[in-house]
Design a protein around this ligand. Sequence first.
Ligand code: HGY
Ligand code: MN
Ligand code: MN
Length: 408
Amino acid sequence: MTNLRIDIGRLMSRLDGLAQIGAIEGGGNARLALSDEDKDGRDLVIAWMRELGLAVTVDAIGNVFGRRKGRKDLPPLMTGSHIDTVRTGGRYDGNYGVLAGLEVIEVLNRAGIETERPISVAFFTNEEGARFHPDMMGSLTYVGGIPLDEALTATDRDGKSVGEELRRIGYAGPAPVGKPDLHRFVELHIEQGPVLDREGITIGAVDTLQGISWTEFTIKGTSNHAGTTPMRLRNDAGYVAAEITGFVRRMAKEIGGDQVGTVGSVKLFPDLINVIPNKAVVTVDVRNTDEAKLKDAEARVAAFAEETAKAEGCSVEAKRLARFEPVIFDAGMAALIERTAKGLGFSVKRMTSGAGHDAQMMQRVAPTAMIFVPSVGGISHNVREFTKPEDLEAGANVLLQVMLELSQ
Ligand code: HGY
Ligand code: MN
Ligand code: MN
């Protein structure tokens, strides 16, 4: 443990600077992956990387790595997260981990410390999955989890592909993907849930992350006149969508424990007050720390959608948008985070992550774990997302010490 500490004023001013890009009412951010706002955010963070003397690399899926040399040319210790946001995002989700990584670099630069191992600060493309699926797309491609082509051909609701959007914003980089080069990975992130805040604990040493399943159901029925069509003669796609929404919630509560279920998007066509919908597109997000229970939840939703559509004389098609099994992070890394937090005098607890993170992909190729700090009221993916400066400072100091220990 060294007596080096981060400068919270510097970190807050970078967080404020990035939050100006894609700023939305209420102090949050909208920087959907590969949008103009995402490009502007990328340009700003890269400018900071260069100011800090980092060598910047962009890979073929647009992941960006800022690398600080070490005494030896070894695989780097890597930290990072994402700077793309959901459309109603806060200013800390992802951004905090990337900018705290840059703050660690600045502390080392100012202290004239040369580490044994190089250090890399990264931000990964499309972690959120709000525009292109799956989420964690950049880190998943980086570790070879999906072929580059599969990522590049993913399209958004307007039919625009990842590949063409990467080229449009100038981030279709030259570095290859699928050949990860790192020693270990540590990600600092806000918890985005209520646990630390409710228990009054400063640091989460994250040792597991729950499984994630995203499915899109397209239901097709018959559009007809809302006034003249008797109820018994309807094939109402909107009704089936509504039943699926209710079922997901009832099922999640009935399974209990860690099970969660969300219908985040329902689109009806033709979306007119006096026309029975002939088409509905519904997204279902179900998650559980237990893979067997998650599989069971997926199967129950699919069966319910099938039988409800059939009973209504509708058809239903399911399309998988994302599927990641629960992850166990590296025990040694989680223990180091816990030990470091205690050494700095912070309260700390082992915990799982309810949200997906780039770290879950990095664990596939290198020992990885995460550091959480509290989210006030457990609010996230919401402009009211907030973490107290003293907790932001605590998390960044844990990151600094962990990175010093792993890079010396
Ligand atoms: O959906 C998630 O958990 C992450 O925010 N992409
Ligand atoms: Mn995030
Ligand atoms: Mn998020």
